[in-house]
Design a protein around this ligand. Structure first.
Ligand SMILES: Nc1ncnc2c1ncn2[C@@H]1O[C@H](COP(=O)(O)OP(=O)(O)O)[C@@H](O)[C@H]1O
Ligand SMILES: [Mg+2]
Length: 271
């Protein structure tokens, strides 16, 4: 038992991802521990999404290895990795806008259910059991994360910030060991961003380990306990928000050499 406690939920070992001559990710090792809200930040094109893609099987890495709770998952396919307990959301919201919130959450269970299309069309007993299970568990998740009041609302009619929350709730349907969120606060106003931060903290308190890519410094600094900073595909800093905040390399990556004074420092320091 003690041995397993120290195994990181997600670990990458010297990950490289090359697209032809472009080194999108270069030698990145990271460890996300049980209970972390682990932030990944860096300028546009730094390789953040590519790193997530390498972890979730969307692009198998050129070099390096990925471990989920100690299991080597490096060359598995996205669905196999999801089944093992890695859930993710994407930069663009992917909800079925004409379906209710509950129906969207129910779809999240398809990996765990046994019935197939034929069962659904013929309404077999197996389909009935799965359907009842998905409804019950879906309602349970909505209740846990505080979205019950939207159960029957059409997803497309919800404000943008709530759609994001629904998308994250759906990812919980696979009962993930880790939840990876790619820029969940993109396009949000400051109020929505603050609400999203509270929501992620709440989900973390429920016991979920979270990895989150985010551009908004304030969000990252107030939500994450550990942060990895990428620039041109490489790790330039890793540590607590305080360590990252005061790191010269991080300031230069965000504001450029020679501009690390006055207002720029205040922006980072305040956040
Ligand atoms: N499938 C791909 N083919 C070629 N180049 C890619 C591909 N995916 C990403 N890239 C390139 O890799 C770099 C890192 O991209 P990305 O990981 O999306 O950055 P970030 O998420 O940090 O903004 C960029 O230069 C991007 O153009
Ligand atoms: Mg990205």
């Amino acid at each position: 038992m003690i041995e397993t406690m120290n195994i990181p939920v997600l670990r990458t070992e010297h990950i490289c991802m090359y697209f032809g001559g472009l080194h999108a990710v270069e030698d990145v090792s990271m460890e996300i521990q049980q209970g972390d809200i682990y932030g990944i930040i860096g300028p546009n094109g730094a390789g953040k999404t590519t790193l997530f893609n390498a972890c979730t099987g969307f692009n198998n890495p050129t070099k390096g290895k990925v471990f989920l709770c100690g299991d080597d998952i490096t060359s598995l396919k996205p669905e196999q990795i999801a089944k093992k307990g890695m859930a993710r959301t994407f930069q663009n919201i992917k909800l079925f806008k004409f379906m209710s919130v509950l129906d969207n959450i129910k779809i999240g269970f398809h990996l765990n259910l046994k019935s197939n299309l034929v069962d659904a069309i013929l309404h077999t007993k197996r389909f009935g059991t799965d359907e009842a299970y998905a409804i019950e568990k879906g309602k349970e998740i909505l209740n846990l994360v505080g979205l019950s009041k939207y159960t029957d609302t059409k997803a497309g009619n919800l404000p943008y910030g709530v759609q994001r929350k629904v998308e994250i709730a759906r990812a919980l349907a696979i009962n993930p060991k880790i939840l990876l969120l790619d820029e969940p606060a993109a396009g949000m106003n400051p109020n929505e961003t603050k609400e999203l931060s509270d929501y992620i903290l709440k989900i973390n308190e429920l016991g979920y380990t979270i990895g989150v890519i985010e551009h908004d410094m304030k969000f990252v600094m107030s939500t994450c306990n550990k942060i990895l900073v990428l620039n041109f595909g490489q790790k330039i800093c890793e540590g607590t928000p305080d360590i990252v905040k005061t790191n010269q390399g991080v300031r230069e990556a965000y504001f450029g050499k020679g501009f690390v004074s006055g207002e720029a420092i205040n922006v980072i320091a305040k956040n």
